[in-house]
Design a protein around this ligand. Sequence first.
Ligand code: FAD
Length: 415
Amino acid sequence: MALDKIVIVGTGQGGFQAAASLRQEGYEGEITMIGDEAGLPYQRPPLSKAYMKEANIERIQLRPENFYTQNRINLVDATRVEQIDRAERAVVTSAGDRIAYDHLILATGARNAVTPIKGIHEERVFGLRSMMDADHLRSTLEDAKHVIIIGGGFIGLEFAAVAREMGREVVVLEAASRLMERAVSPEMSSHFERIHCDRGTMLKFGQPVVEVSDEGAYRPCRARLANGDSFDGDFILLAAGVRPNQELAAATGLSTANGIIVNQLLLTSDANISALGDCAAFPDPRTGELIRLESVQAASDHARTIARRLTGKPAAYTALPWFWSDQFDAKLQIAGLPSGADKSFVRKGNGDEYCVYRFAENKLVCVETVNSAREHMTARKLLATGSEPVFWDDLKQVGFELAALMKRQKEMAST
Ligand code: FAD
């Protein structure tokens, strides 16, 4: 079937990349992007980093306005897609329009999880997902002295770092026993615990927040833990993870389960609909298990894979996952996924370099680095699909330096 009309729902990182890659791959038909946020597509990572300190909208926009006109991309902003009519191949928008498609790409992302805490809908409890959220938080932070953050994951900690740099008192309340528990090794959690404590952030572990209220003794709000301890602050940032925006897909009968289920080509259970990024549950090329990633890399690489398929170059999605987070002057970079990791090696490099190599049954599966871009880039090459597996003993022989291992591999290949 000729593809004359491609509609993309969601104008975030993945939606933007899908439109841009379709044109790069030579697609000549109509592209319509529909997003419920107002304005041009922008990057989310700076929202909890540089943009929180200085609101420079142009710096975070993915492309200026003329990119969309020059590339004949019809950008419909501030409009929600409310329904998908699969039989007629059309979407229905909040403006009452019916827009036909030959192929539909769902790039609806995720939204902040709202944990069932008593009083969580209090006025002074905020989330951080959109530019609007960031603007609101920044202006609240200006007048605040004490900040309470629920959740010691990436976003909570990045915001904690910014707030401390601005001289605010910060407490992070984490129900798990360590920071960034879902994503990093215990060694890396401890490393970041030291970084935040050294800068004066108070960290509390192991107790869930059970209630928030406006009854602080000295401050307008209070968070109470299960053990009865309570903390007063000027406002609360709730950063307790996200949920995929899959309801639109589920309502039209597409398979979902913690994300819109897609195959290795990122096709949903309907051959005319693809899904990508934060909203998509896809098979991990290494284990076959369905996974969902929340990263710029996954959203962008998914989009490129879909664009290639829709322009006649289908290939399974096999990109290596990678991620970064900036907290104070520590740049954390992660290459690979720690599936099955049962052993780690820690190497402290020059200055503030810190690397954790994670192994599953002696095979290297994931490398976490702090302030070591070179080791991170080498890890991405060594762990990429098709590379030779790297084993504990190989790395031990070169003092756990990936560049040395790579050099050795090259020398052996050339003899
Ligand atoms: P999104 O970028 O979330 O875009 C989805 C869009 O779809 C949204 O605009 C949403 O409003 C819209 N939408 C949803 N439903 C509908 C509908 N029915 N109709 C119309 N529009 C709809 N990743 C990293 O790799 N490194 C980082 O350092 C990092 N930092 C981050 C910091 C913050 C504060 C946040 C929020 C995220 C961060 N991320 C980071 C994650 C990264 O930004 C996301 O993984 C990425 O944006 C996912 O892209 P996406 O296109 O899947 O979804």
